[in-house]
Design a protein around this ligand. Structure first.
Ligand code: NAP
Length: 298
């Protein structure tokens, strides 16, 4: 049996949907079954309830599991959550843990300088030291994070980010889900690290142009100061530590300036990379403000 954790979240639900699309059974771990309505509609999905921070809640979720895709939120508890889960899964005899990690696309980025990227590095070391066979999935920024800019895009026709002319290489979560499905359902991935980005290093002016083309309305990139963006995040209800951490991360991206595209994993699994233009067209309703979207939770 294959278990996907964080199954109510954005990447987790996309991976579970990919299993359903292939008619392949999968077990989906959720913290809050009330939020799992979408998953319940999918064929072949067994929903189990548990909290990765509390091993005693995971017994039935981990029973008979050969392989896990381990995902949890990128918040301050990620390190404790995933290390606790690795211990529980190893103890339960899980044969292979695939860790959903991350990797900045900007050239020269030092993951040890920022809490969230540092946590991934620490968890990876913990997983490798656990002795349980492992694989690392390391996607760049999700294209879905641009949904967080919908209020400005709809309100003023502006994409307001503190990034200057920096390029980023965001990836479509559906591409990651296809790759995760292949890793989880075929042999030979133990000890492998699969880094992946989208197919282009985009300036934010180019991203704005793709969104504008998709929705048929002008969208202009406005290079705002880090302080202004941090203020906007706070006004939008982001908790202050999260707004501050984002501001720091964006300052680093801005100072590094360029990104490198890495499609080696797409090629390895025969997955056609989704461009930002395709992603924007597929989600035109969201960018027009006509469909709901999920933002990164606090
Ligand atoms: N955002 C990006 O651009 C990006 C890029 C690359 C990699 N990543 C990585 O992708 C991962 C997921 O990203 P995200 O935070 O944006 O995803 P998300 O949509 O918030 O999904 C995370 C899921 O994990 C669940 N979860 C958290 N703590 C849990 C616990 N103790 N027990 C059981 N389930 C738990 C959450 O449950 P609830 O639904 O109950 O809250 C949520 O459904 C993170 O590790 C992040 O660093 C993100």
């Amino acid at each position: 049996m294959i278990l996907v954790t964080g199954a109510n979240g954005r990447p987790g639900s996309a991976v579970v949907a990919e299993f359903a699309r292939h008619g392949e059974p999968v077990r989906a771990l959720v913290r809050d079954p009330a939020k799992a309505e979408g998953l319940r509609e999918l064929p072949g999905v067994e929903i189990v309830h548990g909290d990765m921070l509390w091993p005693e809640t995971l017994e039935s979720a981990l029973a008979g599991v050969d392989r896990v895709l381990m995902i949890s939120s990128a918040g301050p508890q990620m390190l404790e959550t995933q290390c606790t889960f690795i211990d529980a899964a190893s103890k339960a005899g899980v044969g292979h843990i695939v860790k959903f990690s991350g990797q900045e696309s900007t050239d020269g980025f030092d993951p040890e300088r920022f809490r969230s990227t540092r946590s991934h590095e620490q968890i990876q070391r913990y997983l490798i030291a656990s002795g349980t066979p492992w694989t690392l999935l390391r996607p760049s920024q999700f294209m879905h994070v641009y949904f967080e800019e919908v209020p400005d895009i709809v309100g003023s026709g502006e994409l307001r980010l503190p990034l200057g002319d920096t390029t980023l290489a965001p990836i479509d979560i559906d591409d990651i889900a296809r790759i995760a499905y292949a890793v989880l359902t075929t042999p030979g991935h133990e000890g492998e690290t699969y880094a992946m980005t989208g197919p282009e290093a985009l300036t934010m002016a180019e991203a704005a142009r793709h969104i504008a083309d998709a929705i048929g309305k002008p969208v202009r990139y406005v290079d705002v100061s880090s302080e202004d963006k941090q203020r906007a995040w706070l006004e939008a209800g982001y908790p202050p530590p999260r707004a501050a951490a984002f501001a720091q991360l964006f300052e680093e991206r801005r100072s590094l300036g360029t990104s490198t595209v890495d499609l080696s994993t797409h090629r390895r699994f025969g997955i056609e990379p989704t461009s930002f233009a395709q992603f924007a067209r597929r989600n035109a309703d969201v960018f027009r403000g006509d469909a709901p979207y999920t933002v990164t939770p606090a």
